[in-house]
Design a protein around this ligand. Sequence first.
Ligand code: DAH
Length: 344
Amino acid sequence: MREEIEKLIAEIGGLKCRTLKEVEEARVRFLGKKGEVTKLFDEFRAMDKEAKKEFGRALNELKNSAMAKIEELKGSVADDSSSDGPKADLTMPGDPFELGSRHPVSIVRQEIVDIFRKFGYDVAEGPEIEDDYHVFEALNFPQNHPARDMQDTFFISAGHPNPLLLRTHTSSVQVRAMETMKLPIRVICPGRVFRNEAISARAHCIFHQVEGLYIDEGVTFADLKQAILLFAREMFGPETEIRMRPSYFPFTEPSAEVDVSCNICHGKGCNICKGTGWLEILGCGMVDPNVLEASGIDSTKYSGFAFGMGLERIAMLKWRVNDLRHYFENDMRFLKEFNTAVEV
Ligand code: DAH
């Protein structure tokens, strides 16, 4: 038996294979059900105690070295499953990697951030899971305001005095900015927001906003108007006009909604602007003194303006996308249309 073991150890040690098929044949020859190593184990089982003592360890070593050798050979030979066909031509150029492109919402977000950076604004971000205080309370939402209703807001821990929820707007980040930043404050806050809305061509339960906030001594509505006009001209072209319509938001007083002149029909009226010549792009206003005071800012000394806009909406106007759902479905045919918009 000892001689056989030694002979097999030498044989296995010197094994050479060129293909996976040969490795498999070697495995069967030594370790298969009727393999040579297996056969020795069968003999071993029939031996008496003394003989078992003598050969047990040597046999185990044989088996282990056979298994290790087979593994080693497997790793070192090439897969020959296609060896009948032509060999790979290593001089052929490789398959090109498909280049990705930025998502249209990211492109618009970056454009807006770049424009406001030029005006001296910092970028701030806040949590998507927020509390009632930062989304509503500190923004002067009366207790029974409909936006607090379960229909609009995804609550995480309802029933709590300050429940956790998914933020419904990025205005919560202006509260966090007022709490933490030194005055004067000039920030824009891009981010994802959530509303409990039925998904349709014009509404989605997830979308993106950019919030802007400027607080200093002596900030007036004229500053707001100028900032929005400059932004609109950078974003939609130098000919763009804006118009402000009175509106209501709990956190601003006075409040306005801003339209830009339709850059498709230039005011003549088309189906994008529904014949009006104007497109609504954002909400804004002078920060309500209650909001300043809630974050510890002296409203007799400081004033400010804020604005907020939906990124999907701006992207829809820019590229004339007519269905909001396109932004979330990851359809490559849609996403590829923005390939050319990537600046390297
Ligand atoms: N938070 C508002 C919304 O989600 C948008 C908004 C309007 C933000 C007016 C503002 C603002 O800062 O002044 O509809």
